[in-house]
Design a protein around this ligand. Structure first.
Ligand code: GRG
Ligand code: ZN
Length: 333
């Protein structure tokens, strides 16, 4: 299943337009979409801020909002973060909160010990992580747990804080015969889960335990004739897989296994040339999520020209942000 690119679709990346779109999106409090997404607002702020930072326009957002106050209001007594004030904590929003803190240079305002305690409390005996106190297990949460600890500067203490060995063992049991990974052992391969599992293994320094070529081949097969990437076989292409698939290939050192030029053509076609922003596919409504992952993919491919900063494939943060905080995976040095 694929789409064809409209003949009149944009052919060039429109970085200034995207900065306008992102700033507009989060400054209009009465924006219907913005109000709608309260249950994931902390992640929304991360997507917006990370995309603006890639574009060199994060100072514009800093001027317009008080990120320190928002972080404070979303912190919970259990040490985790919720998506918005008054919501329960979850690993998804706890990772986003740490990412936001790094982007806005607010790491010192976080209680790293309390966050680490929250993360530790969600690990299960088999090494997996549940996302919150309700108990759903997913390889996304393994990644969120390890990434949050690493980004707090606790990367060299992972073994004291959680059972790092068991965390990696669990992720490896979620590998499928086709080379992909799923949410739990035996579940269907999906590119988003592949990103989380490879990301977790990259933090643990255990990528070499994978059949790298088999996984990279499954990822490369995600590219369709339109140039776009899908999340699993028989599905439609979607701009966000420019991140989930490409970042995974980058971590495996196999970025050249897909055609970057054809992918960029697909991403460009999903832009709104008037209001800015990138959608999941051409003709659809733009949002900060697909805008970040479209730009982040272009950054990995180094096809954004001078308009995009370099991005780290494990953490989806600009490389200069990680450098500034002294955060470096041995693999990426
Ligand atoms: C730091 C970038 C970053 C992420 C944090 C939460 C997380 C870690 C990663 C999410 C990975 C994931 C599961 C992405 C997939 C998202 C997505 C588009 C799901 C859609 O699934 P379907 O079944 O769509 O609706 P398809 O494309 O399969 O038809
Ligand atoms: Zn998508």
């Amino acid at each position: 299943t694929d789409i064809s690119l409209p003949a009149d679709a944009p052919k060039q990346l429109l970085p200034e337009k995207h900065a306008d779109f992102l700033l507009q999106y989060c400054s209009s409090q009465d924006n219907y979409e913005y109000v709608m997404t309260e249950y994931l607002r902390m992640s929304g702020l991360y997507w917006t801020a990370s995309a603006l930072d890639l574009l060199g326009r994060l100072p514009d957002l800093r001027q317009r909002m008080d990120a320190a106050a928002f972080l404070r209001d979303c912190a919970r007594p259990d040490g985790g973060y919720g998506p918005a004030p008054g919501h329960d904590s979850h690993l998804l929003y706890t990772l986003s909160a740490v990412q936001v803190a790094l982007l806005f240079d607010l790491r010192d305002s976080l209680d790293a010990g309390a966050i680490a305690g929250f993360v530790r409390g969600l690990q299960r005996p088999d090494g997996s992580f549940q996302g919150d106190r309700w108990g759903e297990v997913d390889t996304r949460f393994s990644f969120c747990a390890l990434a949050a600890l690493f980004l707090l500067g606790l990367g060299d203490r992972l073994d004291d804080l959680v059972d790092a060995r068991a965390a990696g063992d669990f992720v490896l049991t979620c590998a499928n015969w086709d080379g992909g990974f799923g949410t739990r052992p035996g579940s269907e391969s999906h590119s988003g889960q592949v990103y989380c599992c490879i990301g977790a293994l990259s933090i643990l320094g255990r990528l070499h335990e994978l059949d790298v070529d088999r996984t990279a081949l499954w990822l490369a097969e995600r590219q369709l004739a339109s140039g776009g990437l899908n999340g699993r076989p028989e599905k439609l292409p979607d701009v966000c897989y420019s991140w989930w698939v490409l970042a995974s290939l980058a971590m495996l050192g196999r970025l050249s296994w897909i055609s970057g030029e054809r992918l960029l053509r697909f991403v460009c076609a999903a832009q709104d040339p008037e209001a800015g922003g990138i959608a999941d596919r051409p003709g659809d409504l733009c949002d900060p999520f697909h805008t970040l992952f479209g730009l982040a993919g272009a950054s990995l491919l180094r096809l954004g020209g001078d308009s995009l900063k370099a991005i780290n494939p494990t953490f989806c943060l600009p490389v200069d942000c990680l450098d500034r905080h002294g955060l470096r995976l041995p693999l990426w040095t």
